[in-house]
Write a protein that binds this ligand. Structure first.
Ligand SMILES: [Zn+2]
Ligand SMILES: [Zn+2]
Length: 196
């Protein structure tokens, strides 16, 4: 079975669509069929070439990190999500947008978003489906993912793992709670979620 991914080959130029064989998940891994993907400000920075400390791979960068999907195939041994909720093919899930190493000093103290070994998805490298602008997404072993409660509508799910998660974490770290008065600077994806 083949699937498509979106690749940035050159800054500021139209994306290219590439086809790869869809991998069978290894034990502990999960294959998602993507249903939504968001355009995050970070995606625009990648496309514009603003990330000067992250060079564009020769084969191109796989695009998209915000999104949601349904379980297409579960790797051997996976019967629940990361919180222990039973999971099966076809279930809607959200998942962490960051793919850290889980063994560097920053990962071990819980700051997985600052992982020193964090890599950025390179086109043509197994498991190929490493971005959300794609037919499928491959979640490697131990990657956090969560079954979505039935009462949540589809249209809320796409931004959960980046825009909503980022601003929620910011609010929590700032100690902002219900009833507090705060100033939201900017009405982009994060600002809109902060006011929602
Ligand atoms: Zn993002
Ligand atoms: Zn790490």
């Amino acid at each position: 079975m083949k699937g498509r991914i979106v690749v940035c080959k050159e800054y500021g130029k139209p994306f290219e669509i590439e086809e790869y064989d869809v991998p069978t998940p290894e034990p502990g891994a999960v294959l998602l069929r993507m249903t939504q993907a968001g355009i995050c400000g970070s995606d625009l920075h990648v496309w514009r070439g603003d990330q000067v400390n992250v060079p564009l791979p020769a084969t191109g960068r796989v695009m998209g990190h915000e999104g949601t999907g349904v379980v297409a195939q579960l790797g051997q041994g996976i019967t629940t999500d990361t919180l222990g909720t039973p999971i099966k093919e076809g279930d809607r899930v959200v998942y962490s947008a960051v793919f850290p190493c889980y063994h560097c000093h920053l990962c071990l103290r819980g700051d997985t978003n600052w992982c020193v070994n964090r890599t950025y998805p390179t086109a043509g490298v197994y498991p190929y489906f490493t971005g959300t602008y794609a037919d499928y997404l491959y979640l490697p072993t131990r990657h956090p993912f969560f079954r979505v409660p039935d009462e949540l509508p589809d249209e809320l799910l796409g931004p959960v793992n980046c825009a909503m998660g980022t601003v929620t974490t910011g609010m929590l770290r700032a100690g902002a709670g219900e009833g507090d008065t705060v100033v939201i600077m900017g009405a982009g994806g994060l600002g809109l979620h902060a006011t929602g």
